[in-house]
Design a protein around this ligand. Structure first.
Ligand code: PMP
Length: 419
């Protein structure tokens, strides 16, 4: 028995899917301690948008450490933080005319969601949050109450209250059904005798990543944004997994013509697995915070600011986003024939997040396990784990992308033909 089996908590999970010991990693490849290489279509659950050991980030962090740059500073001012913030403002916020403030918290997505929920409740004086079926927002109690998955909710040990889950108006279901449901909801909210309370906020992912790569319909999202405004609720976009360039532009909602009150970011925003989370908050809401009210020891780690600033440099021109669009095309070209060949398969996605829905968790598991044996790291998501999710680093070389797709397509064909 190795140290992990002997001593690591039973809670360990991904290491059971990939039962090797990884030693090194560069861009979209990881190598285990026996020297076997794997192509990475998982990218740390959407963290490593810019690859493992990104050379620009690595060099910047080494230089920062060698100059005795401050590594830990709570939320004190540092040069690293100033440079990250200035770059974020000039690269991301100003070009979009966004006046949002940047709130840093403990470096997890869950913590960002917690902060957003607190502020929405304060801003409106309301208790309820409207979240969506199949949504994933984290594991701490407030965020978990918004997460839909029963397996995770079951671990809470206390009632998860004050959140209502509504159906997502997805592209797959079509605009009409989503809009009809929203119209009904609107009637209920506006009717003082419906018994249905208006929420403090709508918390939504534009693409439900863990939930099975469910893409929210554009007109539904716009109607939701309109409804939020009409009833005085905040619109919170959880862009934790699908932001930071994943869909072909910095925010997943850049082309959706909506104006969120709070945007939650984490995962990729810190660069290369260097943890960082932040909320972008409209100033009229941000001013409702008192100093230190949502505190935390690790609010903005300086190495994450240094690496995160390098990540922002990818958005100073559109080279990477053009690559994302080209890679997305390659991914779709490889997977579309599977959907034609097998009635049970559905392929959906935007930019470089693509879900290969194979109709059953058992099949998806076989595909994930066989891909692993053949040297491809990929994971499943969605109800019963039936969707194989492709989220490779955006910086993956074209040859690695093709090699990984070849493994995935051959494996999927084999598994689908066997059952
Ligand atoms: N929101 C979304 C959309 C996520 O995908 C995740 C993580 N999978 C979270 C929130 C929670 O982030 P963390 O695991 O860093 O707490």
């Amino acid at each position: 028995m190795n140290i992990f089996e002997q001593r690591e908590s039973n809670i360990r999970a991904y290491c059971r899917v990939y039962p090797v010991i990884f030693e090194t990693a560069i861009n979209a490849r990881q190598t285990d301690d026996q020297g076997k290489e794997y192509i990475d279509f998982f990218a740390g659950a959407g963290v490593l948008n810019f690859g493992h050991n990104n050379p620009r980030m690595k060099a910047a962090m080494i230089a920062y450490l060698q100059s005795n740059g401050v590594t830990h500073s709570l939320d004190m001012h540092t040069t690293a933080k100033r440079e990250f913030m200035e770059t974020f403002v000039t690269t991301i916020l100003e070009p979009r005319g966004m006046s949002h403030k940047m709130q840093f918290m403990g470096p997890t997505g869950s913590n960002a969601v917690e902060a957003a929920l607190k502020l929405a409740r304060r801003a409106t004086g309301r208790l309820h949050i409207a979240a969506f079926s199949h949504g994933f927002h984290g594991m701490t109690l407030g965020a978990l109450a918004c997460t839909a998955n029963q397996y995770f909710r079951g671990a809470a040990g206390v009632p998860l209250e004050h959140v209502t889950h509504l159906p997502l108006g997805s592209e797959k279901k079509g605009a009409d059904s989503g809009l009809a449901a929203l119209a009904q909801l609107r009637e209920n909210y506006l009717d003082p005798s419906s018994g249905i309370e208006r929420p403090a906020a709508f918390l939504v992912e534009t693409i439900q990543a863990e939930g099975g790569v469910n893409i929210a319909d554009r007109s539904w999202l716009q109607a939701l944004a309109g409804l939020a405004k009409e009833i005085g609720a905040l619109l919170i976009i959880d862009d934790i997994q699908v932001g930071c360039g994943r869909t072909g532009s910095y925010f997943s909602f850049d082309d959706l013509d909506i104006d969120p009150d709070i945007i939650c970011l984490a995962k990729g925003v810190g660069g290369m697995g260097t943890p960082l989370a932040l909320n972008l908050v409209k100033p009229e809401y941000d001013k409702l915070w008192s100093p230190g009210e949502h505190t935390g020891t690790f609010r903005g780690q300086n190495l994450s600011f240094v690496a995160g600033k390098e990540a922002l440099s990818y958005f100073e021109n559109d080279a990477l986003m053009q690559t994302v669009n080209a890679h997305a095309q390659t991914m779709n070209n490889a997977l579309a024939p599977l959907a034609q060949q097998f009635a049970d398969i559905d392929v959906r996605g935007k930019g470089m997040i693509i879900g290969l829905d194979v109709g059953s968790g058992e099949r998806a598991k076989q595909i994930v396990n066989t891909c692993f044996e053949k040297g491809l790291l990929i994971a499943s998501c969605g109800t019963g784990g039936r969707v194989v999710k492709l989220i490779p680093p955006l910086t993956i070389p074209a040859a690695d992308l093709q090699e990984g797709l070849d493994i995935l397509v051959a494996t999927t064909q084999h598994v689908m033909e066997a059952v």
